[in-house]
Each structure stands twice: as C-alpha cells, then as structure tokens.
Write a protein that binds this ligand. Structure first.
Ligand code: NAD
Ligand code: UDP
Length: 313
C-alpha cells in the first residue's frame, strides 16, 4: 500500500483515536486535529513517539491549512449530553467544519470522508433503515442541532462534489461502542458499564423498549477505512451492526457480564428519542465486502475490561 498523508479531525476522540492508531500502524503520515472538547490526549498518547504521528490543537470551525491526500472528518461531539451542552457550537462544528474540510480538500485535491450518522434518519418510519430513506427528523427539537447539523454537512459534501468535483465519501455510522469511550460520555453503553462496575443504579430512560443496534469499534474502523479507499463508491453507506437489542436487554446483559449487584431504575425518556434503529447494510456488503464480525457479548466483554482498567476498579 502507498503511504499517504492523512488528516483526522476529531482524532483524539473515541473513534478518531482508534482510526489514528490503525492508520499509523499501516505506515501512513497521520495528523490528528482536535480541540479536546470531548476527546483526550490520553487516547492517543501511545502514538506520541511514532515518527509518522502529529498532534494539532485546532478548532475545525476555523480553516485549516495542511498538505494531505486524505481527510477523515470526525470532529463533532457525538453523545446527546455533550452535543446539547452548547447546541449552537455543535451546529457550527458540523456545518463550518464541513465547509472548512471541503475547502481544504478542494484546494489540495484530497479525498474527504464525512463521519455522518444514523441520526439523519431521525425517529425512523422505515425499519431497518436503508440509505435511500430520507428520514423523520424534528427540525426544532433538542436533538436537531446534531441531526440537522449532520444533514446539512451531507448536503455540503454532495454540493461540493457536484459543483467542484471534490472526491467525497459519506458514511452513516450507527451506535458504536468500545474501549476509550469517555466514562462521562453519557451514551448508553458507557453509562451502563460504568454504573454496573461502580455498583450504582443502572439508569434506563423510558421503559427500555426502544431499540439500538450496537457495533464494536474495530469493525466500524475497518468499514470506515474500506469506504475511504473504495474507488467507485461515494455513499452514503450505512456502517453498523444489524444486531438489534432493546435498551432493557442491553442493561441485563451488562449486569450479567459484570456480575454487578446494581439494580435497574427507570427515568424519563428524553424528547425525540428514536424508538428503533437498525442498519440495512446490504450496500456495505456489496460495495465494500464489509460486514461486522464482533457480536454484542464479545464486544461488551472487551469494553468492560477496558473500563475496569480506566476506572481502576
Ligand atoms: P467523541 O466525542 O469521542 O469524538 C469527537 C471528537 O471531536 C472529540 O475528540 C472532540 O474533542 C472533537 N471535537 C469536537 N468539536 C470539535 C471542534 N469544533 N474542533 C475540533 N475537534 C472537535 O465521539 P465519537 O464517538 O468518536 O464520534 C466521532 C464522529 O463519529 C463524530 O462526528 C460523530 O458524530 C460520528 N458518529 C459517531 C457515532 C458513535 O456511535 N460513536 C455514531 C454516529 C456518528
Ligand atoms: N439511554 C438510557 N440510559 C442511559 C443513556 C441512554 O436508557 O443512561 C437510552 C437513550 O434514551 C436511548 C438509547 O439509550 O434510547 C441510546 O442512547 P445514546 O445516548 O447512547 O445514543 P442515541 O440515542 O444517540 O442513539
């Protein structure tokens, strides 16, 4: 494989750090850009002494000037707690971040991949979700800063592609979990594991009948790199694990795998919380030859092991 110069925005976050590690391991020259809003230097510290890794403190809402061959645009808080903390900033990060990476890609003729999301489908009326589904998104709710920000980013990607021939890839990521999620991230897998390990109550929002499909991080990163390097597929392409579980099932699995004495408590369901979510991954299978390999139980075991170390329990 030819060595490339690669920019990863949001590289010190959960997914970004795994991506940087894989790309550095493949011998590429990697620039990890992050403003450390939800990311941590600790996530990439094992790469500090590698000659082909560089860290850049920068906010993606401002233009960035680097010479690269590929750009992975991951910069954006992903957990509802964090993206709602400063909703206006979240929209700026998605929209101005997209304009800045697309402008850069246009100038230096780089290929640019957008980390989009299953949230573009909103609270879906089609199940499972195919890429052709336009979604059911509330434009003025508490999740809109993220959902609509990501939808506009997709629009920008396709407009730069049509108008300026920018070489784009758009990936729709479904709920992904694994080591290096922040313990206070607020997303369901990390919340439940941290609560179970500390012996605290497991907080189910609503009655726990809503579903999600959980993808282990290693599978996700393989799908992301495959899409970036696919020659004839622009996307959007769903990348996720079609195994669908209720949130109650997830809570019970985490309790059983940790051997925790925590009890389940029910709290109000946040507004616009999607009732069901499951990717149709036919396109990824056909175009990329990709499908996930790690089942929920195996992935949870690895993630629990990580959190035991991270929390020093
Ligand atoms: P994360 O919060 O761990 O990582 C996001 C990173 O972006 C962090 O390091 C954060 O500091 C950085 N960042 C935020 N705003 C920035 C800004 N203005 N300038 C520079 N850096 C900024 O989340 P993650 O799970 O690693 O998600 C990475 C990307 O994947 C996000 O774009 C997210 O929307 C997308 N995604 C993730 C999931 C998932 O389940 N993990 C699902 C769908 C989409
Ligand atoms: N959730 C929950 N308890 C928690 C955190 C989340 O029951 O402590 C629920 C949340 O309401 C949603 C699902 O788990 O129905 C997934 O939430 P997450 O924030 O991980 O992702 P998203 O809603 O963006 O898919």
């Amino acid at each position: 494989m030819k060595t490339k110069r690669i920019l990863v925005t949001g590289g010190a976050g959960f997914l970004g750090s795994h991506l940087c590690e894989k790309l550095v391991g493949q011998g590429h020259d990697v620039i990890c850009l992050d403003n450390y809003f939800t990311g941590r230097k600790k996530n990439v510290e094992r790469l500090f002494d590698r000659h082909n890794f560089e860290l850049l403190r920068h906010d993606v809402t401002f233009p960035v000037y680097v010479e690269v061959d590929q750009i992975y645009n991951l910069a954006c808080p992903a957990s509802p707690v964090h993206y709602q903390y400063n909703a206006v900033k979240t929209i700026k990060t998605s929209v101005m971040g997209a304009i800045n990476v697309l402008g850069l890609a246009k100038r230096v003729r780089a290929r640019v991949l957008q980390a989009s999301t299953s949230e573009v489908y909103g609270d879906p009326h089609e199940h499972p979700q195919k890429e052709s589904y336009w979604g059911n998104v509330n434009p003025i709710g508490v999740r809109s800063c993220y959902d609509e920000g990501k939808r506009v980013a997709e629009t920008l990607f396709f407009d730069y592609h049509r108008m300026n021939k920018v070489d784009i890839r758009v990936m729709r990521i479904f709920n992904t979990y694994g080591p290096r999620m922040h313990p206070n991230d607020g997303r369901v897998v990390s919340n439940f594991i941290v609560q179970a390990l500390k012996g605290n109550d497991i907080t189910i929002y609503g009655d726990g009948s809503q579903t999600r499909s959980f993808c282990y991080v290693d599978d996700l990163i393989d799908g992301m790199i495959s899409l970036m390097n696919a020659d004839d597929t622009v996307g959007p392409v769903n990348i996720g694990n079609p195994g669908e579980f209720t949130i109650k099932q997830l809570a019970e699995e985490v309790i059983s795998l940790t051997g925790s004495k925590s009890k389940i408590v029910y709290q109000p369901l946040p507004s616009d919380d999607p009732k069901q979510r499951q990717p149709d991954i036919t396109l990824a299978k056909e175009r990329l030859g990709w499908e996930p390999k790690v089942g929920l139980k195996d992935g949870l075991v690895k993630t629990i092991e990580y959190f035991r170390g991270d929390l020093e329990l």
